[in-house]
Design a protein around this ligand. Structure first.
Ligand code: SAM
Length: 214
C-alpha cells in the first residue's frame, strides 16, 4: 500500500490545495537563491495552518525558518511569527518571502536565541520545531518553557531523526525523554511523505504535545 502513497498524495494536493501566490513565490525564490528543497510539504503546511486556526493561535515560535514556507502558513493563519534561523542566506531569503506579513526572524543558533527569549519572559501559543536533528531534545526542552500552559509543541521529522541517530528499540530516544517529561502530554503521528525530489515515499512523523505546566 506504501506504493499507492504518491498517487493519493497527488490526488489530495490537486483536490485540497488552493492557489497561494505567496507560498508559490516563496518556493520559486528559495530555489533561485539556492536553498535546499526541504521546506514542509504543501499538505503539511496546510495541516499546520489548520491546527493554528483551530487553536486560535496568536503567536508562534518557529525553530528553523529556511525560506519561510511554514512561516507564511502560520502568518496567513493569523499568527505573529517569531522564527529562528542559523544561516544568514536562509534568513535573508525568508525576509524577502515573508514581506508584508507579521513575522520577525532572529538570526542565530536556536540554543543561543531560545534562552534570551526565555529571559525576556516571552510566551507563545505554539512552537514549531523544524531544525537540526541533533538538538531536537534541547529545542523541545526550551520550547516547553516558552509555551503558555495549554499551548502546543509540534516537533517535525521525529522518525528520520531517530533512524539517523541510530537508536535501537529499548534505548534512550527523543520519545523516551518526552515520555518522562511530566510537563507535557504528547503523541507521535507517523506519516508518509511524498516528494517529487525523492523516488519513493518516506516514512516520517511528528510529535504533537500539549504543555500542562512549566
Ligand atoms: N520550516 C522550514 C520550512 O518549512 O520552510 C524548513 C526548515 S529546514 C528543514 C531547517 C532549517 O533550520 C534550515 O534553514 C537550517 O539552516 C535551520 N537550522 C538548522 N539548525 C539550526 C539551529 N541549531 N538553529 C537555528 N536554525 C537551524
Amino acid at each position: 500500500n506504501f506504493r499507492l502513497a504518491p498517487s493519493f498524495d497527488a490526488q489530495a494536493q490537486s483536490a485540497l490545495l488552493r492557489p497561494n501566490p505567496k507560498l508559490e513565490q516563496c518556493l520559486v525564490n528559495s530555489t533561485a537563491k539556492g536553498l535546499p528543497p526541504i521546506s514542509v510539504l504543501p499538505m503539511s503546511g496546510q495541516h499546520l495552518s489548520i491546527l493554528a486556526q483551530l487553536m486560535g493561535v496568536k503567536s508562534v515560535l518557529e525553530i528553523g525558518t529556511l525560506g519561510g514556507y511554514s512561516t507564511i502558513c502560520f502568518a496567513e493563519a493569523g499568527a505573529k511569527v517569531t522564527s529562528i534561523e542559523i544561516d544568514p542566506k536562509h534568513r535573508d531569503t525568508a525576509l524577502e518571502n515573508v514581506n508584508g506579513l507579521d513575522v520577525e526572524i532572529l538570526l542565530g543558533s536556536a540554543l543561543d536565541v531560545l534562552p534570551k527569549l526565555a529571559e525576556e519572559g516571552r510566551q507563545f501559543d505554539m512552537v514549531f520545531i523544524d531544525a537540526d536533528f541533533e538538538d531536537q531534545w534541547e529545542h523541545f526542552d526550551w520550547a516547553v518553557k516558552l509555551t503558555r500552559p495549554k499551548g502546543c509543541i509540534f516537533l517535525d521529522d521525529v522518525i528520520p531523526s531517530m533512524i539517523k541517530n541510530g537508536l535501537e528499540e529499548g534505548g534512550e530516544t527523543i520519545l523516551t525523554k518526552i515520555g518522562r517529561d511530566e510537563r507535557v502530554q504528547a503523541t507521535l503521528m507517523p506519516t508518509v511523505a511524498c516528494h517529487s525530489m525523492i523516488p519513493t515515499p518516506v516514512f516520517t512523523g511528528f510529535i504533537l504535545a500539549v504543555v500542562k505546566s512549566h
